[in-house]
Design a protein around this ligand. Sequence first.
Ligand code: ADE
Ligand code: ZN
Length: 326
Amino acid sequence: MKDMPKLELHLHLEGAAPPAFIRAQAKRKHVDLSRIFDDRGAYAYRDFTDFLRVYEAACTVLTSPQDFHDLTRAVLEHSASEGVIYTEAFLSPDFCGGGDLSAWRDYLAAIEAAAVQVRAESRLVMRGCITCIRHFGPEQARQIARCAQETAGKFITGFGIAGDENIMKTKDFVYAFDAAREAGLGLTAHAGEWGGPDSVRDALRDLRVSRIGHGVRAIEDPALVDHLADQGVVLEVCPGSNVALGLYPSLAQHPVERLRRGGVKLTVSTDDPPFFHTTMTREYQALADQFGWDEAEFDTLARTALEAAFCDPETRSDLAKRLEAR
Ligand code: ADE
Ligand code: ZN
């Protein structure tokens, strides 16, 4: 499982920070973050809202481009050890200088430099998908879209929205997504995680995204499942995240297999792996154990992710060769 080549499209960079990394930063900066960890040193949260609070508290000790350089290296080195050959990471200028464009450029340079180093060492390719945070509001999202427009290119290839799905209307973010689309960025939105099927419809109609982050609650509306399948909308499914956050009581109840049978294009990711005690290999193993997925299914996942990746044609064809070569 570990050696199987994997492409991950839904990974929040800060959400991938190991607890020990955050604790070390907190210690260096004399910040008391003990309240966000349990007795065993893992992130501790009660529910989704509390998860967002803990996540944001952890981010308060990531205060410099160097911190993000070190974080990027640690995260990508771990992904490479899991057999990941391509990572599209959600990058949040909100947590990198508060959305200030000039600060964002410095943070981005540090993140990209780390990605270049890891690429040279392990061949793992990273691209960045700039992500606004829904509960920070539409005005701030416009500023984040401006960061995206100004830094779009070979490395920054996508734009998305994360955060609390039940706050604000999707329509409020049309301006930010229009700006990102004009800059040539690929588009994805978190929907159908805490919001029902209508949130998926809203994201497709208003934000005109080609991918949906999670989207699993589409299963509650059979007509929507058919629509996703017909239109080739790709879901970034994160089963371990959904179970850890209590959206489904266990993987057995998770709709991923029903969505697959319904003909929906699927990819699998970890979202915020240390928060959910998961890795790409664990996700794969759990799907094999629970639903009997075999090499053919995992190969389809990789090919779907390759097709849906927000990268340039040359990168896509290099990655295709690596999938063929195995
Ligand atoms: N930010 C980080 N992880 C998230 C998730 N699962 N849903 C919404 N926003 C997030
Ligand atoms: Zn996410």
